[in-house]
Design a protein around this ligand. Sequence first.
Ligand SMILES: Cc1ncc(COP(=O)(O)O)c(C=O)c1O
Length: 322
Amino acid sequence: MIPRLRFAHLPTPVDPLPRLSQVLGGPRLLVKRDDQTGLAFGGNKTRKLEFLMAEAQEMGAKTLISAGALQSNHCRQTAAAAARFGMECILVLTGKTEETPSANFMLDTLFGAQIIHVVGRAGRDRVLQETFETDSREGKKPYLVPYGGSSPTGALGYVYAVEEVMQQNVDANWFVFGSSSGGTHAGLTLGQRCFNYPGRCSASASTNRGAVCRSMWSHSLRKPAKKLARGSSWAPEDVLVNADYCKAGYSILTDAEREAVGLFARYEGLPLDPVYTGRAAAGLIDLIRKDFFKKDETFLFWHTGGQPALFADRYQSVVTTS
Ligand SMILES: Cc1ncc(COP(=O)(O)O)c(C=O)c1O
């Protein structure tokens, strides 16, 4: 039995997107509402945290330590999980500080996390490691929550998400989603294999390093794959990480994200986030228009959350120009 705490609101709904399907000329579009997983505005990190928090508790941890960008959804949900389970939380955040904390950054503070700010990514790993070592020495029993919640343990959340989708009788040819630290992708791929799901995964990289997404994917996959899908092997063509839509760089809005966020909002009343789901939706739309994704296929778009970022000052242009 794999240790797991149950606090996510599951199963998340699967809804059709009929008006968007029509606008895009026909493919059947469904959305898996993982923005409704329930922990601090929801998102994909809740599923991972069910397994990570169980591991932290088993290790007797008293403090969660993690890192990410200033507007990290992962850090916001980690801070909320710490509050929920009576732990301390320390977050090492990178990015330009805001005069008035907004959106995810504001929520981290609201949940009681202690923030350590580092200017560039270069020093982040070092500061994270030093913080962990200092807290260990001081007896604070820290647990290092991996970047993006992606580790062999965190990825399990998305293995079981596939079982959930099967119980909902969803027969999609493709799962489409945004990818960054690779745990969502690793879990979904392994879940498809474990539960004999016939569809494929198309991951859209949010960072301009598709190769990094792929290597994080394989890191997250290796251990659970040994346990859950013994004897499985993966060919390179099984791992589709599309890096065509992240050339502008991580979290930089382009017209493609603005159009995608605008279409989901105006035709379905569904807010996406500017960084991950907005970019993944831009990829989905482009691949439908290019006929790579076929009109007679069914797509399950995983809404992995992140909407609090819409309220960050830096993303206001997603609304004003979409
Ligand atoms: C809203 C949202 N969607 C998707 C992702 C990507 O998931 P993963 O890090 O598992 O690749 C993230 C990562 O932070 C996220 O915050």
